[in-house]
Design a protein around this ligand. Structure first.
Ligand code: RAM
Length: 867
């Protein structure tokens, strides 16, 4: 009979301490082909709720809302249209966190506060009676780690993560039942500067972004077997020490200095003498700003061994982990007490030495002073993170070994892709690593230099790829809440979320196309991929504020030509290294195209939400802006000002050309331009995600393949041929001679150009959503580029979908898996009439040209050759 997954609550991977009182429920069915769900039953505790419904994704919570702290166990079973009834699923437990009224704790700060070292805060307490279970709820101004009776609480890192702290401060809920005991207990916290007041951003000297004092809010609730509760809260009775513990210094950018000779054994246990410590100061905190997580925390997800130990030309020891990643080293070292090991991190080698210039001012240096244990000692920093592949170890020690611990938001992997071209497969792997390195609580541009900000434009282009590779629905939902919270009163979306108002040109956000548009595009993508209409509803006011704010500033049917400064098609290869905005495409053309596109999307969103008059209003707006675009930038026959690949790609993919002749000419012109560059990339952040789709829909999929398979610089595969293990910020972050690009911004781990993976999944793999949440799929692989096989698989909200094709002897064979509850439209190359496929596995085949027959394109340039 059918197998059912346990129920999931909202988008939580772990449903302990959730914020929702009525969490929506989802499950997946593994069914026989042809089976359809007709009804479901949810057993919540002892009560069963039945609904005649085919839905299995984000169905409404049928019971009374959860009260704060309340836990429920939920099981599901389904009835098929054929009358068959499944077994009950395994139980899944949900537990709500606290609401604003539940907080009794006070925000406390160390009595003596000192910048740099982690502060220690502690108290002892007694538990009388037997313990049933215990929860710790905590957050900080800074980043924290808790210990109870000498044992670490939880396995997450960099808590509470980074949100728009003054508007939304996330707290964590931990099950600490196993750490507390009847009788005497102690709890201790280390709190370090983190995002709160550590270095943040690229403006020299920028720190104290959110405040000047560290703070801790902690509430430990111990429930006895008789149901009564003991509550231990942070308050002025806690004791604190700063500058006494082993963490001498900790900063996200600069690294951590740990002196093991200064460890305070037993500091988080009972009987520790803290009489010399200072009393804590209690401060004020608006508990209404406290929020529970929407997605999983940051964790170590993998440890990577040293691939090679290198002795550099200057005689230094550099460990190569063979993979660029975000994380930190876990070392085992033996040596003399008091001697220090220093570890510097970098993504590349330059002239055989650690290449730290791309880090700009981030020091990315950790150090460990040894206790001198004869058997060796283990250490990993807690309060920092680095983007690196190489680590240089120096100092006075006998021996040292290291593992690179990979840290990112602990999302569930849901998407895979591979094909017969090893370089393309490696590119895809690099894109996955680009996501891993940058989905570290916030979607950052890069993980290594003095930046690491939630740049809105980067995520806007990468969101479809991200949503395929990992279940990031909760992660995106959280970030979008910050986006809304951080919009200006005029609706302007900041360039990076959480918003940081640095002095200088970034002091207050100005409307920026492609970046601010994340407000509409990211929720739309999340809706398409995860089927969450509730998210659209929640973000709707934010979307409208962005679009209406622009209308107020620019007028209804107008160009987006103010302010003068737009980021445009950022970092196209024509832009000089230090003028990344100076792209080939007019930035106001780009901005106007985005404005029309986003107004159109908002009209569709309004229709989905039943906001009929808004749907008309935004459709009119879109039409007006399209007309303005047309009047200003398009010739009657269909040439577009700038005459660049990005200009045509935008016009074609955003549906800005209504006249079929104009569209046809624009498509042909785009192909000419792509060939003129001999299939080298000529697009930046905003054109790159569209170019392959634009070629494909212009009927030139072979040119898209040629572009995709190009290995010369600039191209997607050029970095792969240079040994890249992640996606680079620039097409040529490393120049062909192996030197590092001289530009100020030269990251080797930026996901933006990896947005092309979405085309790989949908067009090479042939796996695309055709209705929200993949309830309907479009399966239409387009073999080409000499590939002999490809495979794309994705765990949709309904279960696994897979397309796998191979071609030989003029025959294309396509194996397809359609999840239960879904229907696929299968379109085979050269076959005009699509076929419908229901849940289950199917095989199709058709005549198809052989891989070896794929046109090898011999360009006859229409434009001067690319140099
Ligand atoms: C760079 C960032 C980011 C980009 C902005 C415009 O500093 O790294 O990728 O969005 O500039």
């Amino acid at each position: 009979m059918d197998e059912l997954s346990p129920v999931r609550f909202e988008h939580h991977r772990e449903a302990l301490g959730i914020g929702e009182a009525s969490p929506r429920l989802s499950w997946q069915v593994a069914s026989e082909p042809g089976w359809r769900q007709a009804a479901y039953e949810l057993a919540i505790g002892d009560t069963v709720f039945r609904a005649e419904s085919a839905s299995s994704v984000l169905v409404p919570w049928p019971d009374a809302p959860l009260r704060p702290r309340e836990a429920r166990t939920v099981r599901v079973r389904v009835t098929g249209a054929d009358g068959s009834v499944s077994d009950w699923s395994d139980p899944a437990t949900v537990e709500r966190g606290l609401d604003a009224e539940s907080w009794e704790a006070a925000l406390i700060s160390p009595g003596v506060d000192e910048r740099g070292p982690a502060a220690l805060l502690r108290r002892e307490f007694t538990v009388d009676g037997d313990i049933a279970f215990a929860r710790l709820y905590a957050t900080a101004h800074g980043i924290y780690v808790a210990e109870i009776n000498g044992r670490r609480v939880g396995d997450d890192a960099l808590a509470p993560g980074w949100t728009s702290y003054h508007r939304r401060l996330r707290y964590q809920s931990y099950d600490v039942t196993d750490l507390v005991r009847p009788g005497a207990n102690a709890i201790g916290f280390q709190v370090a500067d983190g995002w709160w007041r550590g270095r943040l951003g690229f403006v020299p000297g920028a720190r104290d972004t959110y405040g000047t004092f560290l703070g801790l809010l902690a509430q430990l609730e111990i429930t006895r077997t008789d149901g009564s509760r003991i509550v231990i809260v942070s308050d002025a009775a806690w004791r604190s020490a700063t500058g006494r513990g082993p963490v001498r210094f900790a900063d996200l950018y600069d690294g951590e200095r740990y002196d093991a000779t200064r460890e305070l054994p037993g500091w988080s246990g009972t009987g520790f003498d803290d009489s010399g410590w200072a009393a804590c100061r209690a401060g004020a905190l608006d508990v209404a700003t406290l929020v529970a997580p929407d997605g999983p925390p940051v964790r170590a997800t993998e440890g990577r061994a040293v691939r090679e130990t290198i002795t550099t030309p200057s005689g230094r020891t550099v460990l190569d982990f063979g993979q660029n990643l975000a994380g930190r080293l876990r070392i085992r070292v033996r040596g003399r007490r008091g001697s220090t090991v220093t570890i510097r991190h970098a993504e590349v080698l330059e002239d055989g030495e650690l290449g730290t210039r791309p880090l700009r001012t981030a020091q990315a240096t950790d150090s460990y002073t040894l206790r001198g244990d004869p058997g060796g000692e283990d250490w990993e920093p807690e309060f920092t993170i680095h983007g690196f592949r190489y680590a240089e170890a120096s100092g006075d020690y006998d021996d040292l070994s290291a593992v690179a611990m990979v840290y990112h938001s602990d999302l569930e992997r849901t998407g895979w892709f591979a094909c017969s071209d090893e370089l393309l497969t490696r590119l895809h792997e690099n894109i996955v690593w680009g996501m891993r390195g940058n989905f570290v609580d916030v979607p950052t541009d890069c993980p290594q230099r003095d930046e690491r900000l939630g740049w809105t434009g980067d995520l806007q282009v990468f969101a479809p790829t991200a949503a395929y590779l990992y279940d990031c629905a909760g992660f995106l939902a959280s970030w979008l809440r910050d986006l809304s919270a951080d919009q200006t009163p005029a609706g302007t979306v900041p360039l990076f979320v959480p918003r940081v108002d640095f002095p200088g040109p970034f002091a207050s956000p100005a409307p920026t196309a492609g970046w601010g548009d994340a407000a509409v595009i990211v929720p739309w993508v999340a809706y398409q991929r995860f089927g969450d209409v509730g998210l659209l509803r929640r973000q709707y006011a934010s979307m409208r504020a962005w679009v209406d704010g622009l209308t107020a500033a620019l007028g209804p049917g107008t160009l987006f030509d103010k302010p003068a400064m737009q980021l445009g098609d950022w970092l196209d290869p024509a832009a000089p290294p230090d003028e990344p905005w100076a792209a080939a495409t007019d930035p106001h053309l780009v901005a106007t195209a985005y404005r029309a596109h986003v107004a159109e999307l908002l009209a569709r969103i309004a229709a989905v939400l039943g906001e009929e008059s808004d749907a008309v209003k935004y459709a009119d707006l879109a039409e007006g802006v399209r007309q303005a675009f047309h009047d200003e930038y398009v010739t009657p026959r269909g040439r577009i000002v700038s005459d660049s690949q990005t200009a045509y790609a935008l016009a074609l993919e955003f549906g800005l050309l209504r006249d079929p002749d104009q569209r046809a000419l624009a498509g042909r012109r785009l192909v000419e331009l792509v060939r003129a560059k001999r299939h080298h990339v000529a697009t930046g952040f905003l054109g790159t995600p569209l170019i392959c789709d634009a070629l494909t829909s212009a009927g030139a999929v072979d040119d898209a393949y040629q572009l995709m398979r190009q290995t010369g610089c600039p191209s997607w595969l050029y970095p792969v041929t240079m040994g890249a293990t992640t996606v680079w910020e620039r097409w040529d972050s490393m120049l062909p001679d192996g030197s590092v690009n001289p530009g100020q911004m030269t990251s080797f781990n930026h996901y933006a150009f990896g947005a092309v993976a979405d085309w790989m999944h949908r067009v090479i793999g042939g796996l695309a959503p055709a209705a929200p949440g993949y309830r309907e799929l479009r399966i239409s692989p387009c073999p080409g580029g000499g590939l002999t096989w490809a495979r794309a698989s994705h765990v949709t909200p309904y279960g696994l979908a897979e397309v796998s094709w191979r071609r030989s002897d003029g025959v294309l064979t396509v194996d397809v898996t359609v999840p239960s509850g879904c229907v696929a439209t299968v379109v085979l190359p050269g076959h005009a009439s699509p076929v419908e496929a229901g849940p289950g596995r199917h095989q199709f085949s058709c005549a198809c040209r052989d891989a070896a027959d794929d046109p090898e394109w011999h360009p006859a340039p229409f434009l001067p050759e690319f140099s």
